[in-house]
Design a protein around this ligand. Structure first.
Ligand code: SAH
Ligand code: TYD
Length: 384
């Protein structure tokens, strides 16, 4: 599992699963074929912390401010966030004095949010917990979620929970990585256990309709290599914006409902694997030192799919204390603090956190100034 960073004594005890996606010709959903039990992924020690990136802190502050201005304007407005993690979004809602509740099963991340004064329920959001929240707190004007709904295989229960909890004119707003960008730029590393669904406007529209909701707005976001923010309202409650129609037309042009598109995607992925492995092997044979940068969830797919271990990438540096001193899942590459990067600088750095390229390259500008080179592998393998 992509966030199951191991302590050295856990080597050899890891669980594996088959990572493969399928396309439903009936509802156009793209999803994993095998489900990892949720308790294996999300628990007290889940290491991911949303606030680790300045870019994401800013992104979620803006998202919260927008909701505060447009939806959370009533006297006793109430916002619920599914997957609130360390409170990166709700912090701004809390500071505005607006009633809120974060729901997240990962106790460690929730503790961080609680210490910021944010109200969190350590739980999985689903139909049963939504009923309990509705009983104690009343209806929600906004149910918001980022990079979480795509993680939840039992999505029917989520939509039924939203149906129970949402106020009559409330909105369910969620954002997730966008299938269109994943296909267009061969972001194959966005496919990992937690990303159970790869949403597109076409599939979210069909999903909403099954539960009496309507997709009324979509917005393209630049984060995580390309995401979309979907706004759902109760069917008939709001007039859909033209953005929905426009994005659906774009998806038709991109062939997102055509199985041949997925065959082409598979070919592009295989080419990246061949190119990356051959580059790393030749660097190894010529005595160059390569380290990884960013122990991302995405890197689990890259290293395991390509068969990259510590012989090709000596270690990975990452700023998340919860990941440091551990080994990457499956590929067992040590994770060290970014302080190890310059001590001494490697010849090449494989940038697993390519979605934070600007932030990381600016922070590590001395590496390049001293002759170091970054290796990127999407949309194709290249050196900068
Ligand atoms: N919203 C944050 C966190 C995304 S990580 C961000 O965008 O950065 C996904 C989060 O979803 C994790 O914190 C995980 O614990 C949480 N999660 C997983 N299943 C959930 C569920 N059923 N209900 C609520 N949160 C869930
Ligand atoms: P993220 O982009 O959330 O990727 P994923 O969703 O695939 O897990 O993770 C970025 C990782 O990179 C995270 O573990 C923190 C790390 N990181 C650094 O080490 N230094 C940095 O400057 C930034 C921005 C991130």
């Amino acid at each position: 599992m992509s966030n199951a960073f191991l302590t050295p004594d856990q080597v050899g005890t890891e669980s594996f699963f088959r990572l493969a996606i399928g396309f439903c010709t009936a509802c156009t959903m793209v999803q994993q074929l095998e489900e990892v039990p949720r308790g294996k992924m999300f628990h007290t020690d889940y290491p991911y912390r949303s606030s680790g990136s300045a870019l994401m802190r800013k992104h979620f502050e803006q998202a919260a401010l927008h909701l505060l201005e447009t939806e959370l304007t009533g006297n006793d407005a109430f916002a619920v966030e599914i997957g609130s993690n360390d409170g990166v979004m709700l912090k701004t809602v809390k500071e505005a004095g607006v009633r809120h509740l974060g729901v997240d099963p990962s106790g460690g991340a929730a503790d961080v949010a609680t210490r910021k004064g944010i109200r969190v329920r350590v739980d999985f959001f689903e139909e049963s917990s939504a009923r309990l929240i509705r009983e104690t707190d009343g209806p929600a004007d906004v149910i918001y979620s980022a990079n979480t709904i795509s993680h939840i295989a039992y999505i029917d229960s989520i939509l039924r929970g939203v149906e129970v909890l949402l106020a009559p004119n409330g909105v369910f707003v969620f954002e997730d990585r966008y299938l269109g960008d994943i296909i267009e730029h061969t972001y194959f590393d966005q496919i990992y256990d937690e990303h159970f669904y790869l949403f597109a406007v076409q599939s979210v529209q069909a999903l909403a309709a099954r539960f009496g909701f309507e997709l009324v707005d979509v917005e393209r976001l630049a984060v995580h290599g390309g995401a979309v923010r979907y706004t759902l309202a109760r069917a008939g409650a709001r007039t859909p914006r033209s953005s929905v129609r426009e994005m659906l037309a774009r998806e038709r042009a991109l062939g997102l409902a055509d199985p041949a598109t997925y065959a082409g995607f598979a070919n592009n992925i295989a080419k990246i694997r061949a190119d990356l492995v051959s580059l790393l092997r030749s660097l190894h044979e010529t005595g160059h030192r390569v380290v990884g940068y960013g122990a991302t969830s995405k890197s689990a797919t890259v290293t395991n799919y390509c068969g990259i271990g510590p012989e090709l990438v000596a270690f990975v540096c990452d700023s998340t204390p919860e990941k440091q001193g551990r080994l990457t899942p499956g590929s067992n590459i040590p994770v060290w603090s970014p302080a190890a990067f310059s001590n001494p600088y490697p010849d090449f750095a494989l940038l697993f956190a390519w979605n934070h390229a600007d932030e990381i390259m600016a922070k590590e500008r001395r590496f390049r100034a001293g002759g170091g080179r970054w290796i990127l592998y999407v949309p194709d393998v290249h050196i900068v």
